[in-house]
Design a protein around this ligand. Structure first.
Ligand code: FES
Length: 171
C-alpha cells in the first residue's frame, strides 16, 4: 500500500506532467531567438512612439479657453479638462495659497497620468514615483526628464480661463 506521501507525489505529477525528453526542446539557440524577437519588438515599439512624437507634434494652444467657474474648484482641489480638437489631458490645480495652476496631465517620463496631492504642493506620477512642484511644474524627484508643460491661467469675472504659456525671451 502506497504511503500518503507517495500518493501526493503521484497526484502532483498528474497535475503537472513533466517529460524530461521534451525539456530539451528549448535549447539555447531558440531561447536566444526568442530574446532577439522580444527585444526587436520593444525597439520597434519605442521607435514608433518616438516617430509619432516627431511626425505629429502636438497642436499649440491658441487663444483663451473657459474652463470653469472659480467656485467649482475648492482650495486643494483639481479639475481635469481637455481642449476642443485636442486629446491632450490637462489638470487645473487650486493651490493652498489661493492661486491656480494648469499643466498637461501627462508625466514627462512615460506619459502616465499625474495627480495633485492636496496639502503637499506636489503633483505625483504614480508609475515611477515622479514628483513635480505644483507651483511651476519643476521636477522634484524621480525619473521625469523635464518639467510638466504649463498653461497660463487667467482669472476673470469669477471664471477660470487658460491660454498658452507665454514664452520667455532669452535675450
Ligand atoms: S511615467 Fe511618470 S515617473 Fe515614469
Amino acid at each position: 500500500m502506497a504511503s500518503k506521501e507517495e500518493n501526493n507525489k503521484k497526484k502532483w505529477k498528474q497535475d503537472f506532467p513533466y517529460h524530461k525528453q521534451n525539456s530539451d526542446l528549448v535549447n539555447r539557440r531558440e531561447f536566444a531567438k526568442m530574446l532577439t524577437f522580444v527585444s526587436g519588438g520593444l525597439t520597434f515599439g519605442t521607435g514608433l512612439v518616438a516617430a509619432k512624437a516627431n511626425l505629429f507634434p502636438k497642436k499649440k494652444v491658441v487663444g483663451e479657453h473657459l474652463i470653469c467657474a472659480k467656485s467649482e474648484v475648492p482650495i486643494g482641489g483639481t479639475r481635469s479638462f481637455t481642449l476642443k480638437d485636442s486629446d491632450i489631458p490637462y489638470i487645473l490645480v487650486h493651490l493652498e495659497n489661493g492661486t491656480f495652476r494648469a499643466y498637461e496631465q501627462k508625466c514627462t517620463h512615460l506619459s502616465c497620468s499625474v495627480y495633485y496631492e492636496p496639502g503637499t504642493g506636489h503633483i505625483i506620477c504614480p508609475c515611477h514615483k515622479g514628483v513635480f512642484d505644483a507651483n511651476d511644474g519643476a521636477v522634484l524627484a524621480g525619473p521625469p526628464p523635464r518639467k510638466l508643460p504649463k498653461l497660463s491661467v487667467i482669472e476673470r469675472d469669477g471664471s477660470i480661463y487658460i491660454a498658452a504659456e507665454e514664452e520667455k525671451s532669452t535675450i
